[in-house]
Design a protein around this ligand. Structure first.
Ligand SMILES: Nc1ncnc2c1ncn2[C@@H]1O[C@H](COP(=O)(O)OP(=O)(O)OP(=O)(O)O)[C@@H](O)[C@H]1O
Ligand SMILES: Nc1ncnc2c1ncn2[C@@H]1O[C@H](COP(=O)(O)OP(=O)(O)OP(=O)(O)O)[C@@H](O)[C@H]1O
Ligand SMILES: [Mg+2]
Ligand SMILES: [Mg+2]
Lengths: 255, 255
């Protein structure tokens, strides 16, 4: 089972869009997928067609030891993948977990025993390097870093890489960066091309060959509560995430 | 002295871009401006041309009571405004402040006595509704909400408005939403037009008439460490932030 943390503390780089659309693309390729929403904004929950206001229990209750993952699991409205939902309550977990035992391994322990149920677990992280994100990095065996090819996103990369190194040293020796995903990419933009070239120079093979273009269909899909492949299958956005799913499956087979 | 918290927990909506460019535009209109960077990413610090790695003390030390604002203040490289810088160390403040006395009023108390020095204090907030953001809302007398006209940004608005109401009720009775600023606006995008119309219907006069268009010069400027008016003064981005400064100055005079 691959447990993939989709993370970048820079805001608005396409973490949630990647998580939801990759979940749908992998499940349409017959993989069994669990999406875990670890962001109190609950965007991955809404983007999967789930009504946040109707939820009695969420990932918050799992992290605080009050519920098991199976108790809070729901099905995506469209696209046949399972979701561990989140809502605003999760914002309290950061402070409440600080003085608790095993505060960094709450998610990792909750996922124990699911190996036979899923092929992929995709974790959508909040835009912060906090205890909730550390839970994701401790539970994961791979990290995907969505990257908008702009200056502020590039600036934050070293802090993120340092945090991953620390988690690998103290909490999760298996943790590896699987790849950097170029998102919201506009090829006409000189800056984007320059940043993209810097990523390839610096990270080489760790940069996915699939590039996600800026495509308005990706921004529209969440308002219909569905992944883009169910909103407009022929769109560049839908095609790109299906290509990413294929690239990941090929990497699985090669390893 | 206007103390403006520039905040939205949705990531990547243009908080930092607004803070830096508004600081430059107001100071070019002969207002005395202090920019406070409250985000551990330190993007407003870098966007003002300040080298984060060379800083010995930052806003982190002010919030923990180790330094006064005047001790950590630096001058922007270009654009003649003062900056209270931030770096990655600030990420620790959230947890360290939790059990401290007056944890919500640290910034407010630090700003006491500056009324005669500045006309505007602009606070760049992190993408979260956490204790650091509550410090900004408690210190502020007005809130500006940068809003990308897309679904996930709209979804988060009610949580933000509720948080502002709570801070007003328990910590800062003067706190008012001054306005919502439409950012990264692409008029060709149907979704953006729909969301924009919803904002005007719901918030009326509280929506600034100035709209910030998507303009690549705004994304380029930070890589030169300067506000966009010093990178390309004739660009749509620079013109829009100068218009915003004028709109704010007019609102000041009217009140
Ligand atoms: N490739 C794309 N083309 C067009 N719009 C996109 C694309 N990817 C994401 N978006 C839109 O850009 C905005 C930011 O994306 P998203 O919310 O997925 O980023 P995020 O990193 O999860 O943000 P946060 O840091 O707030 O969690 C959203 O409005 C989304 O709909
Ligand atoms: N009007 C605009 N036109 C083009 N690019 C923009 C515009 N405003 C911001 N940007 C770019 O979009 C990205 C997001 O903007 P910015 O970092 O200011 O948002 P933020 O809300 O401060 O993000 P965070 O939530 O991470 O703090 C940056 O790369 C910035 O350079
Ligand atoms: Mg997100
Ligand atoms: Mg910012």
């Amino acid at each position: 089972m691959k447990i993939l943390a989709i993370t970048n503390q820079k805001g608005g780089v396409g973490k949630t869009t990647t998580c939801v659309n990759l979940a749908a693309s992998l499940s349409s390729a017959k993989r069994r997928v669990l999406l875990v929403d670890l962001d109190p904004q609950g965007n991955a929950t809404t983007g999967s067609g789930i009504d946040k206001s109707a939820l009695a229990t969420t990932i918050y209750h799992v992290l605080l030891g009050q519920k098991k993952l199976a108790d809070v699991k729901v099905r995506s409205a469209v696209g046949s993948f399972d979701v561990i939902p989140a809502n605003r309550e999760l914002a309290g977990a950061e402070v409440e977990l600080v003085n608790e035992l095993a505060r960094e391994t709450r998610l990792k322990n909750a996922l124990v025993g699911l190996e036979k149920d899923y092929d992929y677990v995709l974790i959508d992280c909040p835009p912060a390097l906090n205890l909730v994100t550390v839970n994701a990095l401790t539970a994961a065996n791979a990290v995907m870093i969505p990257m908008q090819c702009e200056y502020f996103a590039l600036e934050g990369l070293s802090d993120l890489v340092n945090t991953i190194k620390k988690v690998r040293a103290y909490l999760n020796p298996k943790l590896e960066i699987e790849g950097l995903l170029r998102t919201l990419f506009d090829p006409r933009n000189m800056l984007a091309q320059q940043v993209s070239a810097q990523l390839e120079n610096h990270f080489g093979k760790k940069v996915y060959s699939t590039v996600i273009p800026r495509n308005v269909r990706l921004a529209e899909a969440p308002s219909y509560g569905m992944p883009v492949m169910y909103h407009d299958r022929s769109s560049k956005g839908a095609q790109a995430y299906m290509a990413l799913a294929q690239e990941m499956i090929k990497r699985e087979k090669a390893s």
